[in-house]
Design a protein around this ligand. Structure first.
Ligand code: DGL
Length: 268
């Protein structure tokens, strides 16, 4: 098969990466996508570097079976810890969400004070902070892990008093630091954007890594001349390592549309 006709591979620790798929579908509506969500082993955000790297390697190996032309790591935690290793091991172009998200934040901030929120592992890695500093050393970066946000989203608690209270508690230190841009450094957080915005007030711009990542993937494919030529409706395939029904049901919220078929894999 010619490279331009091959699918894009996307992986995540579970369901949250569908926010990145949503952005990819919007930006690249003719590209076929193979999505792999490691729902049996989620969350990655509380795990160690060696485990995150090992799982991420296995996820790439799975996607390579489909002859994917590029791989997108939708998961912020995997992008933070595993991207350099994956790039050393595999020839296929691999895009993470850290650099695109950082670039978007650097463009947004005028006060040069950026906040980053993510899982414990993402924040511990300092990946966003280091990337932002690399782009502009004069920017001050303030980070905060928000471990309760993922279970809140997965339980459907996107609004209401409890979510608002948790958001205010997590975000109070960032507010005190007078940030004017906040990176939503986790796949799930765009679903909490209204609550987060209310907690921080209108002067803070929320930066969603997914949108910027999709734009960069488009640039990458165009540069290689790998953009899908056909104008037909592309094929989307979804694979998970745990119960497909749960993924299909909850996934609708993340993707903004129904997911017709989800396949369960046991890839070892
Ligand atoms: N996908 C993860 C991330 O973006 C969140 C869920 C998890 O902890 O695995 O960091």
């Amino acid at each position: 098969m010619a490279t331009h006709a091959k699918p894009i591979g996307v992986f995540d620790s579970g369901i949250g990466g569908l926010t990145v798929v949503k952005a990819l579908m919007r930006e690249l509506p003719h590209e076929p996508i193979v999505y792999f969500g490691d729902t049996a082993r989620v969350p990655y955000g509380s795990k160690s570097k060696s485990t995150i790297v090992r799982f991420s390697m296995e996820n790439v190996e799975f996607l390579l079976r489909f002859g994917v032309k590029a791989i997108i790591i939708a998961c912020n935690t995997s992008s933070s810890w595993a991207l350099p290793t994956l790039r050393r091991y595999f020839k296929v172009p691999i895009v993470g969400v850290i650099r695109p998200g950082s670039r978007a934040a650097v463009q947004q901030t005028t006060a040069k004070r950026v906040g980053v929120i993510g899982t414990e592992a993402t924040i511990r890695s300092r990946a966003y902070e280091l990337e932002i500093k690399r782009l502009d050393a004069s920017i001050a970066v303030f980070s905060q892990s928000c471990p309760l946000f993922v279970p809140l989203v997965e339980s459907g608690w996107l609004n209401g008093a409890i979510s608002a209270q948790i958001a205010r508690t997590y975000l109070a230190p960032l507010k005190r630091h007078r940030i004017d841009a906040l990176i939503l450094g986790c796949t799930h957080y765009p679903l909490l954007a209204p609550v987060i915005q209310r907690a921080l007030g209108p002067s803070v711009t929320l930066v969603d890594s997914a949108t910027q990542t999709a734009a960069e993937v488009k640039g990458l494919l165009a540069w290689h001349e790998w953009l899908q030529g056909s104008r037909q409706r592309p094929r989307y395939r979804f694979f998970v390592t745990d119960e497909p029904d749960h993924f299909a049901r909850l996934g609708q919220q993340f993707l903004g549309q129904a997911i017709r078929s989800v396949e369960r894999v046991n890839y070892r």
